[in-house]
Design a protein around this ligand. Structure first.
Ligand SMILES: [Zn+2]
Length: 88
């Protein structure tokens, strides 16, 4: 799989580390335990377009939001995570 980093250009996925889904929203500190359990452990097994956090560890070291199709691994969109509301 090739990922087009917005800063380094297209690179092989071996230069990246994937953290996981980009969409879970961190609960408030005083949220019930169940909300934290869901946040930490519950993930959808997407079949199609899916947004994930990827770290370009072998390049610019930027966190990216990569939208890809889980059926084909086709990359749909890539942008810096800092430009996305609700991501680290
Ligand atoms: Zn990069």
């Amino acid at each position: 799989m090739r990922i087009p980093c917005p800063y380094c250009g297209e690179r092989g996925n071996e230069e990246f580390t994937v953290l996981g889904a980009a969409d879970p929203v961190r609960p408030a500190g005083d949220a019930p335990l169940g909300a934290w359990v869901d946040y930490v452990h519950q993930r959808e097994n997407a079949h199609g377009p899916h947004r994930e956090l990827w770290h370009h560890q072998g390049g610019c070291r930027t966190w990216l939001v990569v939208e890809r199709d889980t059926r084909t691994h086709a990359v749909i969109a890539v942008r810096a995570a800092r430009a996305t509301e609700g991501t680290p």
